[in-house]
Design a protein around this ligand. Structure first.
Ligand SMILES: *[C@@H]1O[C@H](CO)[C@@H](O)[C@H](O)[C@H]1NC(C)=O
Ligand SMILES: *[C@@H]1O[C@H](CO)[C@@H](O)[C@H](O)[C@H]1NC(C)=O
Ligand SMILES: *[C@@H]1O[C@H](CO)[C@@H](O)[C@H](O)[C@H]1NC(C)=O
Ligand SMILES: *[C@@H]1O[C@H](CO)[C@@H](O)[C@H](O)[C@H]1NC(C)=O
Ligand SMILES: *[C@@H]1O[C@H](CO)[C@@H](O)[C@H](O)[C@H]1NC(C)=O
Ligand SMILES: *[C@@H]1O[C@H](CO)[C@@H](O)[C@H](O)[C@H]1NC(C)=O
Ligand SMILES: *[C@@H]1O[C@H](CO)[C@@H](O)[C@H](O)[C@H]1NC(C)=O
Ligand SMILES: *[C@@H]1O[C@H](CO)[C@@H](O)[C@H](O)[C@H]1NC(C)=O
Ligand SMILES: *[C@@H]1O[C@H](CO)[C@@H](O)[C@H](O)[C@H]1NC(C)=O
Ligand SMILES: *[C@@H]1O[C@H](CO)[C@@H](O)[C@H](O)[C@H]1NC(C)=O
Ligand SMILES: *[C@@H]1O[C@H](CO)[C@@H](O)[C@H](O)[C@H]1NC(C)=O
Ligand SMILES: *[C@@H]1O[C@H](CO)[C@@H](O)[C@H](O)[C@H]1NC(C)=O
Length: 799
């Protein structure tokens, strides 16, 4: 028995040995993570707050959640190892693997950067982007041999981490969208292998260190959204391999240094919102690979150089808010391939090239000084071409220019004024406490004008969201869950803009108003995930005056999902109220996703600081004769001219012109006799001529006809010519001058009244009403009917 049991025991031991050695052999075939790295990894998991790693499985095995194929959208979890063959067949401890890549993206990790990461000596690539890690980079990291390191979108803070300046193996480094501050240390020059460095959306300040010039292999430098000081250094020209240079909203001073001309490999150059001195257009000749060129709000004056139109790879061009003058260069036909063109807010002159008006891709030329008449014939809404306020002051007095093309977007109301304005930006019609907030649901906004149906408000929206890999940007955002703020319906949806968004209150009665701007941050979250780290900063101007600078909705409201109302007092003088929101390149642009930035607004309400006149009865109100005549005869002018044209055409075979020479389109017509009289007095009556005729019409005859028409509109019957006089005047058989010199209406009306005001109040009438007075009644001496008054309602429209 004893021997038997001994034998059994021996067999058991042998079997056990066999199993053990088999296990050993398996281990040699599939080496495991080096034990010291496994220990470090456990500590790393603890400090990062990474809880789903299962250490009962080898981290290099592909299991244990170290590499997970399907993660929530936007996140990624991956660990790669390099494994060496065992040094000896008898020593299992030498068979080992090492972590080389660790990607934990979008994981919402809430911990800190573990010093133990430096105990992964083979680690080359570390990506901890889009979490909520805080603290800073441990000094232990200075021994690491990383090539690629990203902390993009975290809560890391402190001065630029010096440990990083020792990791000289680094090729790519991103500290984007954290809370780092202070100057960039000169030691950054140690990182000679750097190809990409992203420092955007932090609070770095001071001047850029000259040691940056040691980074001669740098292809990408992004420093937008910081608080740097000083001028853009000319030494950047030494970084001749640069392909992407982004410095938007980083508070540096211009001008753009001339040395930039040496960076001929640039494909992506974005500079915006420079302070300091004006400069001419930087020399970008020879930059044939240019793909995205943004020089916005950089105080650039002079002309757009023609070679821009020859950059064959150009896809996006933004030269907005400079002082560029001169014409759009003729070489610009090549812009056909450019997807987005923004030339907003310059002083460009000359004719608008025809390719602009026929384009199907985005082009925004709003706020310029183009030749009057070279723009569209109507306020083209929606679409892809924005032509708001393209004519500067030249068109101010021209009655037949579409209103949206004119400076300050004047009112075209037929005398109807508003004393309040309520818009539910990005949302539908809603009633809040008895006030109707009007719907604003047009989904577009890269380059568009929207005018509401009643033509009493409008908005102009410019800019596309860059780098978002989305073919169609959305300009309206909707909150997914219900907000717990009063009147939450106002805040559930909002309008967004990538660059500039201007709301116009049109036809606002002059006076002082309270403007309330309603905001709630509904894109960023208030939880402890990376989506809470977004920082939206923008500026607000009311009537051209800066009222909010670097406004941060969430900060102002005490968190995302909360409402904040900013109220302002403003004065409307010219019937138009202008509220502009502008993105000055500040804040984050990649949280929760790339391309998330720019102004957001939930609602606008504007109330008068005066008592609006009470609603008046709609009949029986008497108004001065002069104004009635003004209204009646302006419509009459149409009739008269039509008669004259027909008459001349039938009389003479050699008719020199076709159709109307004056634009009497009911939608855009704003001509009043009074305005005509003002022009007549100035000797510029020809401004009434339809600009689309260009110079191709008989000026003398046009002038003659206009003058005769004007005479026929005279308030005093004794001064009006009769029909036979009209005919001889038009035939050139009677002199005009004696009659004109008696013209009295012009002097009284032009001097005693604000012509703009008269226009707004008394101009537009429908074609039906024009028939109420006949040709004979106006152009003969016996027209006593003119002394009758015609009832007008309070707002000046006919009943
Ligand atoms: C992987 O993670 C998920 C979710 O955290 C967890 O349910 C699962 O048990 C983990 N798998 C392993 C092998 O640890
Ligand atoms: C890292 O691991 C993943 C998943 O196992 C694999 O798809 C990928 O190719 C590996 N990457 C490298 C550089 O080895
Ligand atoms: C390990 O064993 C293999 C054969 O099993 C042999 O070819 C190899 O040389 C051995 N290595 C060492 C270091 O002894
Ligand atoms: C992190 O949080 C965001 C919301 O901010 C969420 O969309 C994402 O799925 C989360 N990531 C993981 C890995 O849970
Ligand atoms: C990091 O965040 C934690 C929890 O929010 C906090 O207790 C800790 O003080 C923070 N650490 C640093 C360095 O900010
Ligand atoms: C690192 O930078 C290079 C050069 O810009 C780039 O081609 C590469 O894709 C980057 N790698 C990563 C992981 O970002
Ligand atoms: C720059 O890159 C080239 C090749 O791309 C390499 O040969 C050279 O060593 C790099 N220079 C530095 C300073 O890293
Ligand atoms: C607009 O252009 C005209 C010439 O076309 C010029 O006389 C005028 O000064 C310009 N106005 C502005 C504001 O630049
Ligand atoms: C709604 O209007 C009433 C009456 O004017 C007022 O008492 C009440 O405070 C208003 N409610 C809100 C939420 O403004
Ligand atoms: C409007 O406001 C301005 C500036 O606050 C003030 O000077 C002016 O008197 C106000 N006008 C009226 C009519 O109240
Ligand atoms: C306007 O704002 C001021 C302070 O911001 C506040 O005291 C006032 O009550 C507000 N007025 C209205 C009418 O909301
Ligand atoms: C109002 O219009 C007049 C005449 O067009 C112009 O001179 C003035 O600058 C305008 N004012 C404002 C505030 O737009």
């Amino acid at each position: 028995m004893k021997e038997n049991s001994f034998v059994l025991w021996a067999v058991f031991l042998a079997a056990a040995f066999l199993v053990a050695s088999m296990d050993c052999a398996t281990q040699n075939a599939l080496p495991k993570l080096h034990p010291s790295e496994k220990r470090a990894l456990k500590e790393i998991a603890r400090k990062l707050g990474k809880r789903d790693w299962d250490f009962s499985v080898d981290p290099c095995s592909g299991g244990g959640n170290f590499t997970v194929a399907s993660r929530p959208k936007g996140s990624e979890s991956q660990l790669n190892c390099t494994c060496s063959l065992p040094l000896s067949n008898h020593s299992s401890s030498s068979s080992s693997c090492h972590v080389t890549i660790l990607l934990l993206k979008g994981e919402n990790l809430t911990g800190v950067l573990p010093p133990e990461l430096s105990q992964l000596p083979y680690l080359e690539q570390l990506d901890l982007s889009r979490s909520v890690l805080n603290g800073t980079v441990p000094t232990e990291w200075s021994t690491m041999k990383l090539r690629i390191l990203s902390f993009m979108g975290n809560k890391l803070s402190g001065p630029f981490p010096m440990a990083l300046t020792k990791i000289t193996t680094l090729n790519n480094l991103s500290l984007e969208a954290n809370n780092f501050y202070g100057p960039i240390p000169s030691e950054i020059g140690n990182l000679v292998n750097l190809q990409q460095i992203h420092l955007s959306s932090n609070n770095f300040n001071g001047e850029l260190p000259a040691t940056l010039t040691k980074l001669t292999n740098l292809t990408e430098l992004r420093i937008s959204g910081n608080n740097f000081s000083g001028r853009i250094p000319d030494f950047l020209k030494k970084l001749t391999k640069l392909e992407k240079l982004q410095m938007q909203g980083c508070l540096m001073k211009g001008p753009i240094p001339s040395g930039i001309s040496q960076l001929t490999r640039l494909t992506d150059l974005r500079i915006s919102d420079l302070r300091g001195n004006a400069s001419t257009f930087p020399d970008l000749r020879g930059m044939e690979s240019m793909n995205k060129l943004i020089l916005r709000n950089c105080s650039i004056h002079g002309t757009i150089p023609p070679y821009i139109g020859e950059m064959k790879k150009l896809k996006q061009l933004d030269l907005s808010f400079n002082n560029l003058s001169g014409e759009i260069p003729s070489s610009s036909q090549n812009f056909a391939n450019v997807d987005f063109i923004f030339l907003i807010g310059n002083m460009l002159t000359g004719d608008i090239p025809s390719w602009v008006l026929t384009r199907s891709k985005i082009v925004d030329i709003s706020y310029n000084n183009f030749t009057v008449g070279s723009g569209p014939t109507q306020c083209s809404e929606g679409g892809s071409i924005n032509t708001v306020e393209i004519y500067a002051s030249q068109a101010d007095k021209m009655p037949n220019v579409p209103s949206c093309l004119k400076r300050n977007f004047p009112c075209t109301s037929n005398g109807k004024y508003r004393y309040a304005l309520n818009i539910n930006c990005g949302g539908t019609d809603i009633d809040i406490n008895g006030t109707k907030f009007e719907a604003d649901t047009d989904p577009k906004g890269a380059s568009m004008l929207y005018i509401n149906r009643d033509q009493n408000w409008a908005f102009s929206s410019s800019g596309n969201f860059m780098d978002n890999a989305v073919s169609a940007d959305t300009y309206i955002v909707t909150n997914k869950s219900k907000l717990t703020v009063p009147h939450s319906e106002l805040y559930m949806s909002a309008r967004l803009s990538a660059l500039s968004l201007t709301y116009y209150g049109l036809c606002m009665y002059p006076g002082n108003y309270t403007v309330r701007l309603h905001f709630a941050e509904i894109v960023f979250s208030g939880d402890n995930t990376y989506t809470s780290l977004g920082e939206r900063l923008f500026n607000v101007f009311i009537q051209g005056k800066l009222v909010l600078e670097e406004f941060n909705i969430a900060k102002s409201a005490g968190g995302p999902g909360k409402a904040v109302i900013k109220n302002f007092t403003t004065t409307v003088t010219n019937y138009t109220l202008e509220i502009r929101l502008y993105w000055a390149g500040r804040g984050t642009t990649a949280i929760p996703d790339r391309g998330v930035y720019g102004p957001l607004i939930s609602a606008i309400s504007v109330t008068p600081n005066f008592d609006p006149p009470p609603e008046e009865p709609t009949t029986g109100r008497r108004v001065p004769l002069l104004l009635i005549v003004g209204v009646s005869v302006s419509a009459f002018l149409v009739t008269l001219l039509a008669v004259i044209i027909c008459w001349r055409r039938s009389k003479r075979s050699k008719s020199m012109y076709k159709g109307d020479i004056i634009r009497w389109n009911n939608n855009s017509s704003q001509t009043t006799v009074i305005e005509a009289c003002v022009l007549q007095q100035r000797g510029t009556l020809l401004e009434l001529v339809d600009p689309s005729l260009g110079q191709e019409y008989p000026k003398e005859e046009a002038l003659l006809m206009l003058n005769v028409a004007l005479l026929c509109t005279n308030a005093s019957p004794t001064l009006r010519p009769n029909m036979s006089q009209v005919i001889s005047l038009l035939e050139g058989q009677a002199p005009l001058q004696p009659l004109l010199s008696k013209l009295s209406i012009s002097s009284t009306s032009a001097n005693s009244m604000d012509p703009m005001r008269v226009t707004r109040n008394f101009w537009q009438i429908s074609s039906n009403e024009s028939q109420s007075l006949s040709l004979n009644e106006l152009c003969t001496d016996s027209s006593e009917s003119l002394t009758e008054t015609i009832p007008l309602n309070h707002s000046g429209t006919y009943q």
